[in-house]
Structure formats: structure tokens, C-alpha cells
Design a protein around this ligand. Structure first.
Ligand code: PMV
Length: 356
């Protein structure tokens, strides 16, 4: 119990079918090679100390203290009160593991380093849950397997958010590709793709508490907005849902066949549907249009999308074709973070520790 445990997990992108998956339609998601690392080691002083660093555009450090009745409270350092939301997942993971497996009773350092931007639809919350749970379970010698970690992490994500799809925790745990159909998660073996991710914003430390906590619940809000619109246009939306389902099926074939022209065209059509259901804010729309104009084979919003009033925070996915450098420069010029990513990255890796 004295050794240092280090685990890493991947970020995810939804390639096809976000939002429509909420209504039972197929969606395809994959792990990308942007990883989050959690290190757990012992601490002389009791309690938990959590340090989060290297998250693009973000950093945070704070103590977690036990209160009477077993609750755990975050004690913010400096003026980082607005950002405590970001570690709700770490806190809830500890509370859950203490209750479920009786871990704890000694001082623990938890250090998180991440390449995954927050609130951008890239699965940072699930990655935090999976990696924290895996590292703490290994540290405290709780036996189990990957499926147990996935299930624990999904439980924690739901506890924090109220609702969570099983996709993100499955991707962070198992890596590769997953197809989601009628709520079931199926692992697929598909070839690697080279994509560009353009990501607008994260939670800036200057943002007020209310806005920052709304941002943490962005996906919930977007799903609710789609539901409201669907209720006014049931038949129209049902035809969008069926179209999206077919797009996902054809996209899987295109990836298997290495038909990038078809794959790109399907991304463009998927983006059109996302725009039609109202989840594409202005700045993400501009990134997609600019990429298409510069010769991308395909471009689309990925994940929940966003809202103008929330600063267009969110991400786009581009299949660059021959124009990768020009597209990356344009995305950067528009003030977004650019990442070259490969799909199908490995899932949970125990880099130091006893393993499972
Ligand atoms: O932006 P993300 O990674 O939270 O993706 C949300 C995907 C939705 O389909 C909109 C919701 C869901 O639970 O599948």
C-alpha cells in the first residue's frame, strides 16, 4: 500500500450519431490519443490532497477534508472556488469507493495530469472517473477487473451529473471503438483514422460560479433543448433520427473499406443534421465551414455541441484529406485549440502499480 500507482486513460470522440443515440439510434465513438494520467501515492498528513495540472488552459490544486457524517468537502486554494466543479468527479469517486469497498483510513495524494480539455465533448469527466477509480482500487488492493472499474466509473459519473450515457466510461476503460445501439455498448474492431480536433474554450478561471457550473451540465442542457424542439416537430425529427442511424451504419462500412471520400461526405451530412436539431453554435459552425472550404473531406461537431450564450464551448472533428496544415492553421487563427489525433487508442493502462 505504499507504492505509487500511475494509470492512464484516453479521451473519446463521437464520430457519428450523437444526440440521436439518446433516442435509441446507432452512434459510433472512439478513443483518441489524448490521455489523462492519475497518480496515487501516500501522504504523511491524513486526508486526500488532489492536484490537477496540465489540463489544456486549466490548472487546479486543493485539499479534500472529511466532514462529520462521512461527507467530503473541497477546500479551495487561492481564488479557485469557481473551478471546484471540475473535481466533483474525483470527490464522488472517493466517496463511492469508501462506501462500496471500505477504502481509506490513510493520507493519499492524488495527482491528475490531463491532455483532455474540459466541457468540450471529449470525455474528460469519464476519463477522470475511470482513472481515479482504477488508481485508488489498485492502491488499496481492491481486487476486480476492467468491467468492475467501468461499472464503478459509470455509477460515479451518473451520481455527479444526474444522467450519463455509458459511452464515455466504456471508451475510457476499453479504448478502441464502440457502437452504441438501443443503449447497448458493443466493442468494434476498426482501422485507425487520422483526424483533427478543434476545440473552443474550457472553463476559464474568470468565469463566475453560476456559469461554470452550468457549463459542467452542458450536455444535459443540450439534450433537453433537443427534446423540446423534437416535441414541436415530431415527424420531422423522427426522419432526422432515421437518417442519422443510416449514416452511422454506412460510416462503419466506409471506415472498414478505407473509403475516406464517402466517410467525409457522411461527416458533412451528420453535421447538417446536428445543425438542424439546433446544437451547432456560431463559432463551431465557422470552424466546420472553414475546414470544408479549405478542402477537408469531412467536418462536423462532435459530442453535445454547444450554445452561443455559453461561448460556443465544444469541439469539431475534421477528416483533413491533403489540406491538414492549412486547416490546422485556420482553426488556430479562429482561437481554438488544435489537436492531431489518432482513433482507436488503448484503454486503461496501469503504468505503475500491481495491475488487475
Ligand atoms: O459532449 P459529450 O461528450 O457529453 O457527448 C454527449 C453525447 C450526447 O449524445 C449528446 C448525449 C449522450 O448521453 O449520448
Amino acid at each position: 500500500m505504499v507504492q505509487k500507482i500511475r494509470v492512464s486513460v484516453p479521451a473519446k470522440v463521437i464520430l457519428f450519431g450523437e444526440h440521436f443515440v439518446v433516442y435509441g439510434k446507432r452512434a459510433l465513438a472512439t478513443a483518441i490519443n489524448q490521455r489523462l494520467v492519475v497518480e496515487v501515492s501516500s501522504r504523511e498528513k491524513g486526508g486526500y490532497h488532489v492536484k490537477i495540472e496540465n489540463i489544456p488552459t486549466f490548472g487546479l490544486e486543493m485539499d479534500l477534508e472529511h466532514e462529520k457524517g462521512g461527507n467530503i468537502k473541497a477546500l479551495p486554494y487561492k481564488d479557485y472556488d469557481t473551478a471546484t466543479k471540475a473535481i466533483a468527479y474525483v470527490k464522488e469517486s472517493i466517496v463511492y469507493l469508501e462506501k462500496r469497498y471500505g477504502i481509506g483510513g490513510e493520507g493519499v495524494e492524488i495527482e491528475i495530469k490531463s491532455e483532455i480539455p474540459l466541457s468540450a465533448g471529449l470525455g474528460s469527466s469519464a476519463a477522470t472517473c475511470v482513472a481515479t477509480i482504477a488508481a485508488l482500487k489498485d492502491y488499496f488492493g481492491v481486487s476486480g477487473d476492467l468491467e468492475g472499474i467501468r461499472a464503478d466509473a459509470h455509477h460515479v459519473e451518473k451520481a455527479v451529473q444526474g444522467a450519463a450515457s455509458p459511452v464515455d466510461t466504456a471508451i475510457s476503460t476499453y479504448g478502441g471503438y464502440v457502437l452504441v445501439e438501443k443503449g447497448e455498448v458493443k466493442r468494434l474492431h476498426l482501422p485507425e483514422l487520422n483526424l483533427i480536433v478543434g476545440c473552443i474554450g474550457s472553463i476559464p478561471l474568470s468565469m463566475d460560479v453560476k456559469k461554470a457550473s452550468e457549463m459542467g451540465l452542458k450536455t444535459k442542457r443540450m439534450v433537453e433543448e433537443v427534446k423540446v424542439r423534437k416535441e414541436s416537430f415530431v415527424k420531422v425529427f423522427n426522419s432526422f433520427f432515421d437518417a442519422s442511424d443510416e449514416i452511422t451504419a454506412q460510416a462503419i462500412n466506409a471506415i472498414e473499406d478505407g473509403d475516406f471520400v464517402k466517410l467525409g461526405a457522411l461527416m458533412n451530412i451528420n453535421h447538417g443534421l446536428l445543425d438542424a436539431i439546433g446544437v451547432v453554435p456560431r463559432r463551431l459552425s465557422e470552424l466546420v465551414k472553414r475546414s470544408q472550404e479549405l478542402g477537408a473531406l469531412g467536418a462536423k461537431v462532435t459530442g453535445a455541441g454547444g450554445l452561443d450564450e455559453m461561448g460556443s464551448v465544444g469541439s469539431v472533428l475534421v477528416l483533413p484529406g491533403e489540406s491538414g496544415d492549412r486547416i490546422k492553421a485556420a482553426i488556430e487563427m479562429a482561437g481554438a485549440l488544435v489537436m492531431d489525433v489518432k482513433t482507436g487508442d488503448a484503454g486503461l493502462k496501469i503504468e505503475a502499480g500491481s495491475g488487475f
